[in-house]
Design a protein around this ligand. Sequence first.
Ligand code: GLC
Length: 573
Amino acid sequence: MIVDEREHSQILESIHLTSHVVSTDVDTDLSLRWWHNAVIYEVFLRSFSDANNDGDGDIAGLISRLAYLKELGVDALWISPWYVSPMLDGGYDVSNYLDIDPRFGTLEDAQHLVDACHELGLQVVLDMVANHCSSQHPWFKSALAALPGSKERDWFYFKDGQGEGGNQPPNDWKSIFGGPAWTRTQNLDGTPGQWYFNLFDSGQPDLNWKNEEVLAHFDEIFRFWFDRGIDGFRLDAVSAIGKDDDYRDMGFAPDDLYRPDIWGPVPFYDADGVHDVLRRWRRVAQEYPTEKFLVGEAVVRDVDRLARYLRRDELQSTLSFDLCKMVWNADAFRQMINTLQSACLEHRSWMTWTLSSHDEKRTVSRYSQDGRADGVLANVTASGHERARSGYLLALALPGSACIYQGEELGLWEVTDIPKDKLRDPIYFRTGRQELGRDGCRVPLPWNEQGPSFGFSTSHDSWLPQPHGWADVSVATQLDDKTSTLQFFKSVLALRSSIFSADEWAVTWDPSPTGVLILRRGPDFRCVVNFSGEPFRIGPDEDALASSSPLTGERVIDVNNAAWLCARREPTN
Ligand code: GLC
């Protein structure tokens, strides 16, 4: 459901009128917390910085770069899964939640990182993968070793197959990564056994979130990390933990992928039971003197479903992945922002605005075309860079937190020519090598102009090869160039923390020429994004605070560009 303009302004009005009414939800404390205006930097650990020189990023590498992140001006880090994992899906296949994968370091390293972040005033948000674990996890191994109907099998979704000898999967459900969502097991005597459900890869069996033992295990996992000082969790694929016991066919064609944003209601995704689990997690998060932050990757089919995740006793925020899919078009952006804002306003929560992640094509590459996330990527263009900076000016002007995926601050592009034998994403393998998958946005960062991996490792190639052209966009190169994308991000983040107040709830839109968005935040601030084919001239009573590219003649925002403006103050005598 898309909220129209009138409905949106009614919601804004009603929020304004009811702002002093005590909420009937559990959490009535509306005081501001660190995440309400924070910039959260996503670290994909394996590709960030390698200190032990084995080609994989690690915790010590991240510690060595904390000063860079502090200077960039971010407030918090979201760290991709660092738990023990066979790394079949970039660490989103966890075989031990209570320890660190040796390729990343040790529990001691993790503690050093958390402490070092806190010393610098940075918050730490860990990724928590709860929908599934790895097929190498001891829980799954004991379920395989146990009999059908056992308590161990009830931790997962095991079913008998259909047809003769149970040779057909229990139904036609599909995986998000391609192929069937059911994998057949082998009995201990080698004969074919039951099937288990995997919404993602077969190495990621889905956990049964109606099983009290699963719930209790995760309470302890949350506490284990909270006790080590982490400040919150990014909850991976959180809507997927909602499942109904209804195993009917859904009418999928053999080649379909399951896509939460386009398939209507299905029994294995976003079922209402997810909300009981979220309330339970929230209660665990509230056991601590400083409340912990829970932000969900809640991909659902409409804004009403999204708003449920944001109720005051559930998640404090969700990531706005819809923005990553937007075509470069003023109306599309305005409507999506209104829609997501409405979901938040209903429960007085905040969105975590995000234009990119380790799952999405790089922003400059998307915007070098029309912004669509799918399709073949053309070469990166100057307008792709301008639009990406403009998109960030818009996202960073919105109330709530904002997320920057590593490398976006350098304007890195999607790498589309990784040799096929280096690709690691299960999407590539499960789609019969038709889809390249997400490796192209996970290529390790270039820190220097030189070296076998541009300073990512000291003398080792990186686990995914970097393009030659990245020498020119390395951190070192961009720090020396006042006009670089990195310097743009540094100055915009510094401005953001000085001009916005965290207690603003919503933005409105000022009248504007077709194809131009003018977002207003408070009496003095406007963000103009020029999606039109004509230059936009700034009025005489406003000044530019920041712009995606230098303004032409100092007062013109060119096509594809954006600027932050503030009302000109009367000169004081
Ligand atoms: C989330 C992660 C993605 C992962 C998937 C399965 O969408 O962001 O990287 O592959 O969940 O855990």
